[in-house]
Design a protein around this ligand. Sequence first.
Ligand SMILES: [Zn+2]
Length: 190
Amino acid sequence: MTEIAYTDALLVVDVQNDFCMGGSLAVPDADLVIRPINSMLLAFSHLVFSRDWHPADHCSFSDTPEYRDGSWPSHCVQYSPGAEFPHDLRVPVDALIVDKGTLLDKEAYSIFEDTGLADILRKRGILRVFVAGLALDYCVKATALDAVREGFSVVLVEDATLAVVPEQSDAVLNELHSTGVISVRSDSIS
Ligand SMILES: [Zn+2]
């Protein structure tokens, strides 16, 4: 079992309608992450939910997206229904909401990028972060790597994240583990 301390935070990355079933940039089986995420919320005193939060003509959008080169279909446009949290995801009122990718001409996969999050977490005394959400091979990976760089201990909740390109999952997990990230399952958290 993994016991949660007051110095732990849960980072829920980009669980938004456009990345879920029926969304414009759906991650295969994305809705499966919602239940394990909901199940962990009560264990943590510090909760962070990020949103991909793009202007309508964001630089990553393409009418002919190629995905792997970083061009994507339009997704998570600020204030649009696709950018909202799915209604069955529980977002406690005291959770910190972090918006990223808000600048027209700049992509941001990590939720630490231009958000000030590392300092916010340090001021709260956070030493270890648990990372979950979408998608494992892009924003979750970038967030976990940045968290390592920022000096946090990093735990990936393996059953609470999925890749947009599932074939990339194993390589991503290997890369993360090589930097010291460890994996746990949501049902081992108490
Ligand atoms: Zn995006």
